[in-house]
Design a protein around this ligand. Structure first.
Ligand code: NAD
Ligand code: MG
Length: 397
């Protein structure tokens, strides 16, 4: 490749952001960090700016921006510091940007990710919540702008690698029977139902195979991560919820599989390290070194599979129901989950209350059609309000 690709990294200080910068730093002749964003951890962002020398940095507000700008000037950098959602959208859609890593966690990433999509960028999607919330609108924007959407979620990246290039014709026309979405089962896979009441945020965040941000770690422990991924898979691959089956695979070596009508099942395997899907998407359709060690199957020795348990982990069923209801249901599921997970991390509720709050919110408000961004944002706002009411009434404490 002759020209250096300019990459905006939204959520640069997070787990995915740092892995992305690790891959970028291995290929200075191919990729250059164009913009880096962070919401907190200003010292880390400053250090990343000094090592990657981006054109822009984006922070939460004006005062943080002035502070960081002064420090970067002092360090002799020409990096310009922007702030807020407008700053994020500006660096996501900037004319000189080739690729955008969407790695902000949660609904906060929706508008910047959509800005990248609408500008027709190569969009590397880690921020699954953005797609879950706005599915139909998001995919329509991809088609209209000609953006290239590449999944970073390891399962979806695996499925993408196992599908034929023309999968956009539809799963049935390309001979796909179903998608098998693998799940590690999280840290509580073997816990009895009763024991789940007393688990702590520290236990929930200690994932056996992956090192990730706190929100997605709790989602993995509750299986809501797989629920969000089921919805994500439906949008990315134009699948019906019934075409996506969840399979517990504790080793996290098979990242997902595609089952074809002739009986062939294709899988993508690798060590559980997000630099593999990141490098795959950055270089696609080429391949580059990611820094990930070669998979040692003799050391792995065995691959196990189990069916998911909807009784101990009701979040998966809640997500499947929301996928089937469609309309505002996935946005409400996502927002109620964000509120409940934050409350669990603050020790305001028990782990098992997460599913109760989400179920309560979805029951309280039937799904309605959403045909514009405002309707998505209204569903998000309403679910946060309802989940907040549940928290304040103390019914679930
Ligand atoms: P993280 O918590 O480590 O990082 C989140 C990043 O988003 C940080 O840079 C933070 O500053 C920024 N951020 C947080 N709140 C923000 C806000 N309100 N406005 C602007 N920026 C904000 O999270 P992560 O584990 O890197 O996950 C990021 C996304 O990638 C999530 O959507 C997650 O589901 C997805 N994902 C992560 C992994 C993983 O292995 N970590 C795997 C698959 C998908
Ligand atoms: Mg995943």
């Amino acid at each position: 490749m002759s020209q250096v690709q300019q990459v905006t990294v939204l959520g640069a200080t997070g787990s995915i952001g740092l892995s992305t910068l690790d891959v970028i730093a291995r290929h200075p002749s191919r990729y250059q960090a164009f913009a880096l964003s962070a919401f907190t951890r200003m010292a880390e962002l400053e250090a990343l700016c000094i090592s990657h020398r981006p054109r822009f940095a984006v922070v939460a507000d004006g005062s943080a921006a002035r502070d960081l700008q002064a420090r970067l000037l002092h360090a002799g950098l020409a990096t310009r510091v922007l702030f807020g959602e407008a700053g994020l959208c500006e660096v996501a859609a900037h004319a000189e940007v080739d690729a955008v890593m969407a790695a902000i966690v949660g609904a906060a990433g929706l508008k910047p990710t959509l800005a990248a999509v609408e500008a027709g960028k190569k969009v590397l999607l880690a921020n699954k919540e953005a797609l879950v919330m706005s599915g139909a609108l998001f995919m329509r924007a991809v088609r209209e702008s000609g953006a290239v959407l590449l999944p970073i979620d390891s399962e979806h990246n695996a499925i993408f690698q196992c599908l034929p290039q023309d999968y956009a014709r539809g799963l049935q026309p390309v001979g796909v029977r179903r998608i098998l979405l693998t799940a590690s089962g999280g840290p509580f896979r073997e816990f009895a139902g009763d024991a789940l009441h007393a688990v702590t945020p520290e236990q929930a965040c200690a994932h056996p195979n992956w090192s990730m941000g706190r929100k997605i770690s709790v989602d993995s422990a509750s299986m809501m991560n797989k629920g969000l991924e089921l919805i994500e898979a439906c949008w990315l691959f134009d699948a019906r919820p019934q075409q996506v089956e969840v399979l517990i695979h504790p080793q996290s070596v098979i990242h997902s599989l595609v089952d074809y009508v002739d009986g062939s099942v294709l899988a993508q395997l690798g060590n559980p390290d997000m630099r593999t899907p990141i490098a795959h998407a950055l270089a696609w359709p080429q391949r580059i070194d990611s820094g990930v060690a070669a998979l040692d199957l003799l050391a792995v020795a065995r691959l196990d599979f189990q069916a998911p348990d909807d009784v101990r982990f009701p979040c998966l069923r809640l997500a499947r129901d929301a996928a089937e209801s469609g309309g505002s249901a996935p946005a409400m599921l996502n927002a109620a989950n964000e509120v409940a997970v934050a409350a669990f991390l603050e020790r305001r509720i028990r782990f098992t209350d997460i599913a109760r709050i989400i179920g309560g919110v979805l029951e309280a408000e039937p799904a309605v059609a959403v045909n514009c961004l405002d309707a998505v944002l209204e569903a998000d706002r309403r679910a946060r309000e309802l989940a907040g009411q549940w928290l304040n009434r103390g019914e679930v404490a």
